[in-house]
Design a protein around this ligand. Structure first.
Ligand code: ASP
Length: 584
């Protein structure tokens, strides 16, 4: 027998009981004639006490315990004189009568405490030790609870969870596929799914009506920012639905999760915002609407007045930061440096201070007099005390920079409270996106997304303007999910492939199975997929999805613990009929 209780459950009610606990030594300290050991397991920490006077031999033994030793201790629960109100077991301790070392431990490479001294790489390498830390463990517990609530809600709403294969055929969803060579079919490859997109559509053709799956997806992308080569989606599809049916169904899921996981009741309907409005007002397609501070275009107002910088660019726009007119030279310089960082790429920043006394002062006073600056202020609805920040340049780059600057100012002004949640649907994305490298259009979402019928004419005249029946769920500036109403007609699907530059032959080879399914009574259908990791990270109030994944990969796509990707033997290569052609 190893234990009568776990390390998180004993309290004043148990005083006087004989108990047995097993766990890891978090830390041990000697104070006078006593040795105190914090014993940890998944459930908590309990203090063990060893008394030099009453049991010197045992106390000597306890003094030899190192960090992370695994021990079994028996003794009596007693009230503590020095209570710790921070933890549930903080009012009691165990007066140990018997101690058994179940296993010793080398000194761990970093401290296994709330705040560790270990850097990212070392923690990843010894992830099993990192996972002993409460903060990391709690994230995984949250993940578990979220998955349960998703399954519960979806099942109650009539969705069936259906597993789809992991060894599939390459389907283009924007990223590169991971491929798996087939030993039994030399020269042929499977691909790992970027998502189960075509399978869930086939399940609709099969009449399953409502499908969901919490599923691993794989994308061989450059791992910029917060991406993982394998991640988890909540993948969903429904038949006989229009856009708003899908949005209503998943708004229900979102509200259920907020209620059950965060205790947050969201009454109001999630607002819907057009992609074009999101871009012009917020500079990106995932606006953080916890705060206003919209972007305003200023080109008309400021061009042609002799300021060469403004006259020579495509776009000029700004934001108004309330109450920031008192910003010092140093603070303004810091903001200028912020927009000049290579990731943002602006050449400079213009500011206007609307002083409390009503006067206006700008960094371009030479070109714009007070009357002109008053007009700027009016455009933003600025009041005395506000600060206007202006950027100029290429349209796309400048909007993106303004978006970053807006988020930065929102953060500085404390307007991005992690305990406030503001979801919205961004709708009507462009169907196609121009790719400069390949000089052709790509599907912005994926090639199965339905265009608006009334935009079909634009295919011939201005393909970039065709709107898709696509939508994203955005919460606090984070894209949590996205989906679309699908094409369910073979002819239209063919036309779409054609527009994307697939030859008929290529389309047949890659998607013949889907198009032939469309010939057997495909219902109108649509769906969505949510980034499960991202959702859990949002609920945990953390930025990185890595912290909600038990065994994540690093930025080079490497698992530091099992040390992979790794080479395979000559033998294996031969079996797979593969020859390496490395250029180094
Ligand atoms: N398969 C899409 C994705 O993974 C989501 C969808 O359209 O349902 O982004």
């Amino acid at each position: 027998m190893y234990r009568t209780h776990n390390c998180g459950e004993l309290n004043m009610k148990n005083v006087g009981e004989e108990v047995m606990l097993s766990g890891w030594v978090q830390k041990s300290r000697d104070l006078g004639g006593m040795t105190f050991v914090d014993l940890r397991d998944r459930y908590g920490i309990t203090q063990l006490v060893f008394n030099m006077e009453t049991n010197p031999a045992l106390c000597q033994e306890a003094r030899k315990l190192g960090r992370e030793f695994v021990v079994k201790a028996s003794g009596k629960v007693a009230e503590r004189s020095n209570k710790n109100p921070q933890i549930p077991t903080g009012e009691i301790e165990i007066l140990v009568g018997k101690l058994e070392v179940l296993n010793s431990s080398e000194t761990p490479p970093f401290t296994i405490e709330e705040n560790t001294d270990g850097g990212d790489d070392i923690r990843m390498k010894y992830r099993y030790l990192d996972l002993r830390r409460k903060a990391v463990r709690e994230n995984l517990q949250l993940r578990h609870r979220t998955a349960i609530e998703i399954t519960k809600y979806m099942s109650e709403e009539g969705f069936l969870e259906v597993e789809t294969p992991v060894l599939i055929k390459s389907t283009p969803e924007g990223a590169r596929d991971f491929v798996v060579p087939s030993r039994m079919n030399p020269g042929e490859f499977y691909a790992l799914p970027q998502s189960p997109q075509t399978f869930k559509q086939l399940l609709m053709v099969a009449g399953f009506d409502k499908y969901f799956q919490i599923v691993k997806c794989f994308r061989d992308e450059d791992l910029r920012a917060d991406r993982q080569p394998e991640f988890t989606q909540i993948d969903c599809e429904m038949s006989f639905v229009e856009r708003d049916d899908v949005l209503a169904a998943f708004e229900g899921l979102a509200k259920h999760l907020f209620r059950s996981i965060k205790g947050v009741e969201i009454q109001e309907e999630f607002p819907k915002m057009d992609y074009s409005e999101a871009m012009s007002n917020y500079g990106n397609d995932k606006p953080d609407i916890r705060f206003d501070m919209k972007i305003s275009e200023m080109s008309e107002l400021v061009k042609g007045l002799g300021f060469q910088v403004f006259d020579s660019v495509e776009y000029i726009g700004g934001i108004c930061a309330e109450g920031c007119a008192g910003y010092s030279r140093k603070q303004l310089d810091a903001l200028t440096d912020f927009v000049k960082r290579p990731q943002i790429g602006m050449k400079g920043m213009v500011y206007v201070k609307y002083n409390e006394d009503g006067s206006l002062k700008s960094s371009v006073d030479k070109f714009y007099d007070e009357a002109a600056l008053k007009e700027w202020a009016a455009l933003f609805g600025a009041k005395p005390g506000d600060l206007i920040l202006v950027l100029a340049g290429d349209l796309e780059l400048t909007l993106k920079a303004l978006s970053e600057l807006r988020l930065e100012m929102g953060g500085r002004l404390g307007l991005r409270d992690p305990n406030v949640f503001k979801p919205l649907w961004v709708v009507d994305f462009p169907l196609l996106e121009w790719d400069e490298d390949t000089k052709r259009f790509h599907a912005m979402h994926h090639p199965f997304t339905s265009p608006y019928e009334e935009d079909m004419e634009l295919f011939r005249t201005d393909p970039g303007k065709v709107r898709a029946r696509a939508y994203d769920l955005v919460i606090n500036g984070v894209e949590i999910g996205g989906g679309s109403i699908r094409i369910h007609d073979e002819g239209l699907q063919k036309q779409m492939f054609d527009n994307l530059g697939f030859t008929e032959e290529e389309a047949r080879k890659q998607f013949g199975f889907l198009m032939s399914a469309f010939r057997y009574g495909a219902p109108p259908h649509g769906g969505i997929a949510f980034g499960f990791d991202r959702w859990v990270a949002l609920f945990a109030g953390i930025e990185s999805i890595r912290d909600v994944i038990a065994f994540p990969k690093n930025n080079s796509g490497r698992d530091m613990m099992i040390d992979t990707p790794s080479t395979i033997s000559e033998e294996q290569l031969k079996e797979l009929s593969l020859k390496l052609n490395l250029k180094h």
